[in-house]
Write a protein that binds this ligand. Structure first.
Ligand code: TYM
Length: 340
């Protein structure tokens, strides 16, 4: 079978967007994948330094990311989990791919613009350029290298990553055309929860960097924290019975899809099973679902973060497998461009 591959940045403990949009779909996919399909999940610590962060913080967040992934249900016996910086082939292929990445194409990518606090449609001014680092600009090319170095067939992600995967396919095709058949063209596997919204503003996605931290539920939040955040969650002005209406009631729909997603249900089915008379009932129901689904993850996470020896053994094992699985493709690419 073709390899399944995805990545996540070590920005600390994961929120519901990461969990429902990525990790949970990784877990589901890894359980249903054919036995002979390799499955790899990478902690994108090279990508992490595109936005300034203290070394102490990064050092800590790498291990927190690994513990969160395992605590969320990824089986380390079935899946390879490793740190990007442990496997040099990512950076090596990135350099080669950067030679066929056009600045114009990279300039159309929207995610780095939001990270650099620039308007998505803005063209760059000289003062933007002064504040923009090269790594943030070439971030999507590194992401393409991550996927292509594994010859991945399937890449499960949330919606915000689809543009990067289009670039990935574009670079694979351009490389294959110019240097001969080298890379598998990967398919994007969009999570059923492709966009979880902020609890405080349904025009924004749930994000770790949101200054209003009540907008974001972390997988390690305690029952008390979950209750408080749900109490403050935005709903809408429609009074009375809760209905499923993502267009007119986006904040209510977001809460419903979170609760339904945690129970592997479609939101309308969840609503049919739990009819709710008003916003308060909705918030209580969603809080209960969250507490029930997240408390085992929180407990497992707390156990794992204090077992550094185990985490290190997992990381070393993952590094060795990822290294072995990428060296053949790197050699192929080196040969194709004329190094060997
Ligand atoms: P990152 O770390 O921002 O996000 C990890 C995954 O979580 C999904 N996600 C969401 N899904 C739904 N709703 C949300 N509010 C939400 N927030 C985050 C993302 O879509 C993603 O799937 N560049 C990548 C990491 C990466 C990568 C890769 C991914 C590096 N190399 C290769 C795939 C393949 C990133 O920053 O994801």
């Amino acid at each position: 079978g073709k390899a399944i591959f995805s990545g996540i940045q070590p920005t600390g403990v994961f929120h519901l967007g990461n969990f429902l949009g990525a990790i949970k779909s990784w877990v589901d996919l890894s359980r249903s994948a054919p036995e002979n399909s390799p499955i790899l999940f990478m902690i994108a610590d090279l990508h992490a330094i595109t936005v300034a962060r203290s070394p102490e913080k990064l050092r800590k967040q790498r291990w927190e990311a690994l513990a969160s992934i395992i605590a969320s249900g990824i089986d380390p016996k079935r899946c390879t989990v490793y740190f990007q910086s442990d496997v040099p082939a990512h950076a090596q292929l990135h350099w080669i791919l950067s030679s066929i990445s056009s600045m114009g194409y990279l300039n159309r990518m929207v995610q780095w613009k939001s990270k650099a606090n620039l308007d998505e449609s803005a063209s760059l001014t000289n003062s933007d350029l002064t504040n923009l680092n090269l790594a943030l600009f070439s971030y999507p090319t590194l992401q393409a290298a991550d996927v292509l170095i594994h010859q991945a067939g399937y890449v499960p992600v949330g919606e915000d990553q689809s543009q990067h995967l289009e670039l990935t396919r574009h670079l694979a095709q351009a490389f294959n055309f110019r240097f001969g058949e080298t890379f598998t063209i990967p398919a994007t596997v969009l999570s059923p929860h492709k966009k979880i919204l902020s609890l405080r503003d349904s025009t924004k996605k749930m994000s770790k960097s949101d200054p209003d931290q009540t907008s974001c539920v972390y997988v390690t939040d305690t029952a008390e924290e979950i209750k408080t955040k749900l109490k403050r969650a935005l709903t809408d002005s429609v009074q009375g019975e809760i209905t499923w209406d993502p267009e007119q009631r986006p904040a209510v729909a977001n809460l419903l899809s979170i609760a339904a997603g945690l129970q592997d249900m479609e939101a309308p089915d969840f609503l049919a099973k739990h009819p709710m008379k008003n916003h308060k009932e909705l918030k209580d129901t969603v809080a209960d679902c969250l507490i029930e689904s997240l408390s085992p993850i929180r407990e497992e996470y707390n156990r794992l973060v204090s077992d550094q020896a185990y985490l290190e053994s997992l990381a070393n094992h993952g590094r060795d497998i990822a290294h072995e699985r990428t060296s053949g493709t790197l050699e192929k690419a080196y040969r194709a461009v004329g190094y060997l």
